[in-house]
Design a protein around this ligand. Sequence first.
Ligand code: ADP
Length: 159
Amino acid sequence: MRRAVCPGSFDPITNGHLDIIGRASKLYDVVHVAVMINKSKQGLFTVEERLDLIREVTAEYGNIEIEAFHGLLVDFCKQRDIPAIVKGLRAVSDFDYELQMAQMNIGLSGVETLFVPTNPTYSFLSSSLVKEVATWGGDVAHLVPPQVLSALTDRLPKP
Ligand code: ADP
C-alpha cells in the first residue's frame, strides 16, 4: 500500500486543502489527513469538529484516513509506515519555511516531502484569511465546501 500524509491545522478545511488532498488521493492508495494539535493555539473549531468536517468533505474520495496528532509529524509517519508528506505550495512565501521543514524531516527520519503546486484559483487562500473575511460578513462561499460554510455561519457572530 502506498501511503502519504497531508498535515495541517485545518481550522477549518478550505477548498485549497481539499484540492491538495484530492490530488494526493489519486497518486496514493491511502492518504492520511493529520490534524496537528497545537495546545498553545485555540482554534475557531475544536479538533473533533475539524475532524468531522474533513470526514464529511473527503468522504467521496474513498481512500482518506483522518486523525488528530500531537507531536512530531515524522513520528506520526513512522508509526503508520508512511514514507511521504504531501504539501501544497501557494507562493514563494511558503517555500522558505516548507523547505526548512522538508529538510529537517528527511534528516530526522528519511520521510520525503512532495510539493504540489497550488491550483492558482486558491493560491491566496488560507484558513486564517477565510475566518477573517467571514468574521466581517464577507462572502467565502467559493472558498470552502458548503458544510464548512454552514459551520462558519453557525460559529461566527453576525457582523
Ligand atoms: P493554513 O495555512 O490554511 O492556515 P494549514 O496549516 O492547515 O493551514 O495548512 C496545511 C497545509 O495545507 C499547508 O502547509 C499547505 O501544504 C496546504 N494548504 C493550505 N492552504 C492551501 C491552499 N490554498 N492551496 C494549496 N495548499 C494549501
